[in-house]
Write a protein that binds this ligand. Structure first.
Ligand code: SF4
Ligand code: F3S
Ligand code: FES
Length: 248
């Protein structure tokens, strides 16, 4: 049954903005993005929203619904009661461009800072051999749709703009972990993870894993194993001796 839903949507740009109230039709089976599209079609044609697939696969429609980072296209209206006001705001961690659209270029900067896959130079691409468990580990991380909801929710940068320079965020620390655990990657990424990508800032709150629409176990399967590897290296007596002798 259709009903008139109450919505509060953030309207504005980089300079200023405010929540605007709307009453709009909601039909059975709809998701929040359907209602945003109906708002565009009926009341505010200039409402800016980024979207693409409407199937939870492109990672474009990230925003916050009632304060929680979510995909607009994967949030069913049926999770709210009919008399509930649904508040839709842009991702808080990134600068607003307009309305629900944010500038997520921070993430692309962080992606570019990670040295790419480094297989042994003598191995040609057709000669790569891996155990199934190593393939499966990578596959979990490769489900990432780059929605940046994990980046949005992580308190290290959500509440501290000043940490952005030093901290790559869960999505990119996961990428480093994926490469570090890859049996064919010969680069040692442990020191770099700690000193250049800010692994030490993560205090394992797991909020990133909680909001991931692909249900990737970012903290348990990437960040914690990466932290363990960094600790192993730091407390390896041979590494310690090497540092003492050669890094004066
Ligand atoms: Fe989105 Fe999950 Fe990828 Fe983070 S790890 S960008 S939450 S899909
Ligand atoms: Fe942030 Fe995830 Fe660590 S939310 S603090 S990167 S566990
Ligand atoms: Fe593609 Fe929502 S529109 S993930």
């Amino acid at each position: 049954m259709a009903y008139q839903g109450r919505f509060r949507v953030w309207r504005g740009d980089a300079g200023s903005g405010e929540l605007a109230d709307y009453t709009v039709e909601v039909n059975e089976g709809e998701v929040v993005l359907d209602v945003i599209h109906r708002l565009q079609a009926t009341q505010c044609p200039d409402l800016a929203v980024r979207w693409n697939c409407k199937a939870g696969k492109c990672g474009s429609c990230s925003a916050e619904i009632n304060g929680k980072p979510r995909l607009l296209c994967m949030t069913r209206m049926s999770v709210f009661t009919e008399d509930e006001v649904v508040t839709v705001t842009p991702m808080r961690t990134f600068p607003v461009v307009r309305d629900l659209v944010t500038d997520v270029s921070y993430n692309y900067v962080k992606a570019r800072e990670i040295p790419s896959f480094a297989p042994p130079p003598e191995l040609a691409p057709g000669e790569y051999r891996m155990k199934q468990e190593d393939v499966e580990r990578s596959q979990e991380f490769r489900k990432c749709i780059e929605c940046f909801l994990c980046q949005d929710t992580c308190h290290v940068i959500r509440d501290h703009e000043e940490n952005k320079e030093a901290f790559a965020g869960p999505r990119y620390l996961m990428r480093i972990a994926e490469l570090e655990m890859h049996p064919l990657d010969v680069a040692d990424r442990r020191n770099q993870a700690q000193t250049e990508h800010g692994l030490g800032y993560c205090n394992i709150t797991k909020c990133c894993s909680d909001v991931c629409p692909e249900n990737i176990h970012i903290t348990d399967n990437a960040l914690i194993p990466m932290k363990e590897r960094v600790v192993d290296r730091r407390y390896d007596p041979l590494v310690w001796l090497g540092n003492k002798l050669f890094r004066r």
